[in-house]
Ligand binder design. Sequence first.
Ligand SMILES: *[C@@H]1O[C@H](CO)[C@@H](O)[C@H](O)[C@H]1NC(C)=O
Ligand SMILES: *[C@@H]1O[C@H](CO)[C@@H](O)[C@H](O)[C@H]1NC(C)=O
Ligand SMILES: *[C@@H]1O[C@H](CO)[C@@H](O)[C@H](O)[C@H]1NC(C)=O
Ligand SMILES: *[C@@H]1O[C@H](CO)[C@@H](O)[C@H](O)[C@H]1NC(C)=O
Length: 506
Amino acid sequence: MKLTTIITILHICGALAKSCVPRSYGYSSVVCVCNALHCDEIPPFKKPKNGHYITYTTTESGQRLQIQEYQFEESATNHTNIIVTINSSERYQKIIGWGGAFTDATGINVNSLDQVTATSLLKSYYSENGLEYNIGRVPIGGSDFSTHGYSYNDGDEDPELLRFNLTSEDFSYKIPLIKEARALSNGNLKLLAAAWTAPKWMKRNGQYTGPDLLKDEMYQPWANYFVQFLRAYAKEGIDFWGLSTGNEPSTGLIPSKINSVGWLPSLMATFIANNLGPAIRNSEFASIKLLTIDDQLFMFPKIIEMIFQNEKAKNYIDGFGLHYYWNWLPRNWLKETHDKYPDKFILSTEACEGVGLDQPHVKLGDWGRAEKYAADIILDMNNWVTGWVDWNLAVDLTGGPTYIDNNVDAPIIVNSTAGEFYKQPMYYALAHFSKLLPEGSQRISFTQTSSDILVTAFMRIDDTIVVTILNRQLQDESVEIRTVNRDENRKIILTVPAKSIVSILY
Ligand SMILES: *[C@@H]1O[C@H](CO)[C@@H](O)[C@H](O)[C@H]1NC(C)=O
Ligand SMILES: *[C@@H]1O[C@H](CO)[C@@H](O)[C@H](O)[C@H]1NC(C)=O
Ligand SMILES: *[C@@H]1O[C@H](CO)[C@@H](O)[C@H](O)[C@H]1NC(C)=O
Ligand SMILES: *[C@@H]1O[C@H](CO)[C@@H](O)[C@H](O)[C@H]1NC(C)=O
């Protein structure tokens, strides 16, 4: 064999080694299998040649971010049934970023793999050949995706926080993974901290769960606890971009197995104005972004208005965290929130599928859940949301571990016995956004002549226009994209396959 032939063969093997190894588990689409020897990669975006545009296609039938380059059409044809008209002069919110959560469950699953496969999993999210995530959400202490309930100051009452300490979970499951993700993302990692429960002795019912409120005299110790957490992580070399006023304050007001602190709006306002705000802004973490709500769509904008009746509380807050689980409510409540408080950002801070009665919790290869993710992101983007943060980066085949049996799905599922992990269709749905709309990308205006497809449109900082289309129909759709203020004579006419997500970049 000639040397060039051998090189060609090696080349082909190299290329094949980067593509999806599909496996069907009997649901509507496939997972891509990764192990110590193999994992598919998504190369970083490269601008198309002049006069060309690029499409990325992911389909129920098995395509995964398939890249194609085309020439613009010079003349009009009339065979399209949907026209999308872009006006890039009209601009909206800028993207902050995309990410997932470093829960204990994530750490346990990643650590259950050999070192090579574990790194490959983190690369799948944070490297330039993965989703290019730039956000990580970090529970302050335990969440429902831990092996037991805990805080950083369990035991007897200790308002001075003399016993405050990180736990073995931080050192095994969180800190090493966060550091590796940060290295894989070349340091481009914004961390967002959120507490589930306070120590039992700070709470009126003495439990990790609700329905409950914090004791009045514990507001200041609870605020100091947040600062202690930031200090403890800083000591480990980890700095935070954002801090939540607390995960799902509404959960803490109802009977639920989820560890939580309940807040009524007026009490939350008092806590922010008199305790948390001053504690943070007078600390070495003064410039951290403070997010409130961190809860469902039903809080927007009504509960925010109630909290912001307290002007001091309003001034301390930079933005709002939104959770996914009530997303059937009117999405324009987010636009209303933006219009009322245009200087505060809205960030989606938690999402997952397969919750509660939606079983099996893990559906390996299910396309419907990818569609739900893509639809949610598009509707969020079209209503002023600046980014989207997923829940667990990885769960096991049952959707855990979770000590309260709150099992759910995730974009990556770990099978530790096989030394494998599976990239779900949801993973590739996320890629269309996280990978192609980096921080600073700005939403631009568009109109569409049919509601058969969901559309959003952005301008990246490299001046590339990105149009993202979700087709949930059972048939292909023929779509024409016109741009009123750029390349006006150059048309894009394409077929958006049945059950697909297509991103067009030009
Ligand atoms: C396309 O439609 C427009 C108006 O609807 C018409 O003026 C034009 O002649 C048509 N072009 C072709 C190539 O059929
Ligand atoms: C595009 O948007 C700009 C800014 O809103 C507006 O002035 C302009 O009229 C729009 N162009 C068209 C063709 O709609
Ligand atoms: C805090 O935790 C670390 C690591 O688990 C341990 O080495 C240290 O002794 C603990 N400190 C206190 C005061 O408990
Ligand atoms: C997980 O791996 C084990 C061991 O290889 C295998 O028997 C099992 O079928 C796998 N489970 C799934 C859902 O692939």
